[in-house]
Write a protein that binds this ligand. Structure first.
Ligand code: SAH
Length: 351
């Protein structure tokens, strides 16, 4: 594949928003400091043209760590008997929103394990209450796979967005990350359903997950190109001690930032968070993510008493500037490099 040249590929991507699978693969395999700098500059430029220096924030409320699934990478997997389980009540969730609203959040993300107690009825009551009290806010759900009917009911009740990472766009790789009762096809179908229903839809994947290769990553990028999501969450894989992947190495911040830039060029107006996992890997992680082309930050708005229990991976940060209460630290940090954290729903700009 030596007939490719990285800077030429990057230029082509910036102009056409598309590369072939083997071109993506080449780009990843042959990335170096020079081409990364070129890529980052283009991505930052594109983001600036669309979103200016505005950074959107979301208040992340981790509503339950009870989960029926057993994803091999995840610290709150069903088989982890050491995990102290919790489930927030309707009122606890509303209290988080109240605190978040006062801090300037206009999007609330309800994330959790696949907890059967969150039936459509229960969720609809929560969504209704949030929308009634805060009609100027967006509600994002990130609660795993549900039926088409359920997705539609929640949407009709007022949910605006749904985050469901596809985790990997390679079926064989998916099977290595999940138990056999979890199906790649169902995950992909759920994403299609969400989009068809009308949600602002987000997919995403971990960087450096076990068995990931430049080819599986190239498939992730091609999938993003074709699926055209409104949002995409990517962050490094980080091991959790009580999972089968405890001994696998963490993904790198460098590759995560590289891929953030590539995704920005694939979909210039995409809502792209610099994730908690990236921030947990290094102190400047989220800032580097923003510099690479991300435009969203999701500080933790869960009640202090449960924060340590939503432990997807070891050393997950949830205090200081990772917490919603530490927003002023974040604002200051970002202002000093020319970015403005705004009080806004932060919907996708259509271009
Ligand atoms: N149950 C919901 C939310 C899952 S948690 C769902 O299925 O969508 C949100 C994301 O955290 C997951 O999609 C996964 O990509 C990420 N995650 C889980 N374990 C992780 C780990 N060990 N390292 C990094 N990211 C992880």
């Amino acid at each position: 594949m030596s007939h490719y040249d990285n800077n030429t590929l990057i230029q082509k991507l910036a102009e056409t928003h598309s590369l072939s699978l083997s071109e993506y693969q080449f780009l990843i395999t042959h990335r170096d400091a020079d081409s990364s700098r070129f890529l980052t500059a283009l991505a930052a430029d594109v983001r600036k043209k669309i979103y200016g220096n505005r950074i959107f924030i979301r208040g992340l409320i981790e509503i339950s760590n009870i989960c029926k699934n057993d994803c091999l990478y995840c610290g709150i997997r069903k088989s982890n008997t050491k995990c102290r389980r919790y489930r927030l009540t309707h009122d606890e969730i509303l209290n988080c929103c109240r605190e978040g609203y006062a801090l300037g959040f206009r999007t609330f993300v309800l994330q959790g394990g696949e907890d059967g107690a969150f039936t459509d009825d229960t969720l609809c009551q929560i969504i209704k209450s949030i929308k009634q009290e805060y009609p100027d806010c967006a509600v994002t759900l990130s609660l795993g796979e549900r039926s088409f009917e359920s997705f539609r009911t929640l949407f009709d009740t007022g949910a605006d967005r749904y985050l469901l990472r596809h985790e990997t766009a390679d079926a064989d790789h998916y099977a290595l990350l999940h138990p056999s009762n979890m199906q790649f096809q169902s995950r992909m179908q759920a994403l299609k359903d969400l989009k068809a229903i009308g949600y602002q839809t987000g997919c995403g994947f971990m960087v450096g997950s076990p068995f990931q290769t430049p080819l599986t990553l190239a498939k992730d990028l091609k999938f993003i190109e074709e699926f055209a999501p409104d949002m995409c969450g990517i962050g490094p894989f980080l091991p959790h001690h009580a999972t089968p992947f405890a001994k696998y190495p963490a993904g790198s911040a460098e590759l995560t930032c590289f891929l953030l830039s590539v995704i920005r060029l694939i979909r210039p107006n995409i809502l792209l968070p610099a994730t908690t996992a990236l921030g947990s890997l290094s102190d400047d992680g989220r800032l580097e993510g923003i510099l690479a082309g991300a435009n969203v930050i999701m500080p933790n708005l869960s009640p202090q008493s449960v924060r340590a229990d939503y432990q997807l991976y070891d050393n997950k940060k949830h205090s200081g500037s990772e917490s919603a209460q530490g927003l002023s630290i974040l604002k200051h940090q970002f202002q000093s490099v020319g970015y403005e954290i705004v009080t806004d729903r932060g919907d996708i700009y259509h271009i």
